[in-house]
Design a binder for this molecule. Structure first.
Ligand code: ZN
Length: 479
């Protein structure tokens, strides 16, 4: 028997890093108690703060504002005195660096690694303004691979499984970082991407016989519609056992989960954060039929805090606590986030999970900047989606919230352009509308005005779907 693998494994740097058991990829970290983890985090935090202070003028200024030096931080309590960082600040300093030095890696940015240690640059998808850059050294790349491996291993992905990677591959964290993470477990990736169009994705779904699908929830839903049309077969015949719907909220939505699971012949729906950097969350699938949120898989490389979205004051991480997520990366070299307010709203669970993993779990409940206020009521697009999906198949599930001007304040009524389901007659739509308005009034506490359109009217996006459309944004039609 020829075994090239043995030879390859002897090549320096090509060994599989896994040291785990059947249940855990990294048992030492994944079973660590909360107290032990806090000790590890604090030890790593102290080192990281010295590093950040010495390598970024932006971060040095944060310490100065608090009247502190890195060595003054002896507890998590001390650490909370350092002002928050946010995406606008990251973007602004990046632009200032380009203006001053002709490149975005200047000392005033959060890029801490010297140029000759940088091996990869990722970016946000850039739906609003200039993309912000995530800069990684080889050290950071290895951490990302480890995080992906922990998550895939937890839900049962093993060598022999084939994952179709149907996300935007271009610069987005769902591209190369994810491919490397899948390969790190020993499983196989088919990095088809969505840039080639739906037909090509469908063609490769048939050709490569994947047992897992990694895509956005909206594209997964679209594939369910398109697969039978293009192949004459039902999507349940592909043999998909896992669907990883990422990139948009939706995987935590019970109705969406049912729809995808049913459509793909009983596939498990596994919620994960996008995770091309230090923040990695994933659902463990135990118990199987309840959505309990995601485990924080990267506590050894990321300190998570919650703050009030308006006052930015810390909220204690108690069971059920909700707030805006703030993260700090540990043992990170490229662009280490330090008290970085990311804009995602989280809800925390501290109750033990039946899978036995220690640590908190969380649900992503929306974006702080997507929140709308209608007559003093806070409304999140995801909450609207959840309600709408309850009415499927009388509705297709596709809709847009129409705003006359940018939010968060909305002059009532809240307008929702929505597709009715196939074969519905006019009077049925009228009855449906009445029923939906009643439900919305009870659950979302807002009575929307529905603008009905036939099935397949609204564009199906292969990338992230924006649920809000603003009529006029100073002549900019792309917002
Ligand atoms: Zn669990």
């Amino acid at each position: 028997m020829t075994d090239f693998a043995e030879g390859a494994s002897n090549l320096k740097g090509q060994r599989m890093a896994r040291q785990g058991t059947d249940k855990y990829w990294n048992p030492k970290i994944e079973t660590m108690s909360a107290d032990e983890m806090a000790v590890l985090q604090l030890e790593r935090l102290k080192k990281q703060l010295v590093y950040n202070y010495n390598h970024s003028l932006l971060y040095r200024r944060k310490f100065e504002e608090a009247g502190m030096k890195p060595e003054d931080v002896r507890s998590f309590e001390d650490f909370r005195h350092i002002p928050l960082t946010n995406k606008d600040e990251q973007r602004r300093t990046q632009e200032e660096s380009i203006a001053e030095f002709g490149h975005p890696y200047g000392p005033g940015t959060i890029t801490c690694a010297p140029r000759d240690k940088i091996v990869r640059i990722n970016a946000t998808s850039g739906t609003s303004g200039t993309p912000t850059l995530y800069i990684l050294t080889q050290n950071d790349v290895e951490i990302v691979k480890e995080m992906h491996a922990r998550r895939f291993w937890m839900v049962g992905i093993r060598p022999g499984n084939i994952i179709l990677q149907a996300l935007s591959l271009s610069m987005f964290v769902g591209g190369l970082p994810l491919s490397q993470g899948i390969m790190h477990t020993g499983a196989c990736t088919v990095p088809i991407g969505v840039e080639g169009g739906t037909k090509r994705v469908v063609e490769f779904m048939t050709l490569t016989a994947p047992d897992a699908l990694f895509t956005t929830p909206s594209f997964a839903q679209y594939l369910l519609e398109q697969y039978p049309k293009l192949t004459g077969r039902d999507a349940s015949a592909i043999g998909i056992k896992w669907v990883f719907p990422v990139g948009e909220p939706g995987a935590g939505n019970i109705e969406m989960r049912k729809l995808l699971s049913r459509g793909f012949g009983g596939a498990k729906i596994c919620d994960q954060t996008g995770g091309g950097h230090g923040f990695a969350g994933a659902e463990c699938l135990e118990p199987p039929d309840v959505y309990g949120g995601m485990h924080l898989m990267s506590a050894d490389h990321c300190i998570l805090e919650l703050v009030d979205p308006k006052t930015k004051k810390n909220i204690e991480m108690e069971d059920g606590a909700m707030g805006e997520m703030v993260m700090t990366f540990l043992e990170w070299e490229g662009t280490p986030f330090m008290r970085y307010a990311y804009g995602d709203l989280l809800q925390i669970t501290t109750a033990p999970c039946s899978c036995g993993r220690p640590g908190i779990r969380f649900k992503i409940t929306g974006r702080a900047d997507d929140m709308l206020i209608v007559k003093g009521v806070n409304v999140f697009p995801e909450a609207i989606k959840k309600e709408i999906l309850k009415f499927a198949p009388k509705v297709t599930g596709y809709f847009r919230i129409l705003l006359d001007k940018p939010g968060p304040s909305v002059t009532p009524p809240l307008k929702i352009k929505i597709e009715y389901g196939p074969g519905l007659e006019e009077r049925e739509v009228a009855a449906l509308q009445e029923q939906m308005q009643k439900t919305f009034k009870e659950t979302v506490r807002v009575t929307p005005k529905f603008i009905w359109v036939p099935p397949n009217t609204l564009p199906r996006e292969t990338k992230k779907t924006k649920l809000i459309e603003v009529a006029e944004v100073n002549g900019d039609q792309n917002k």
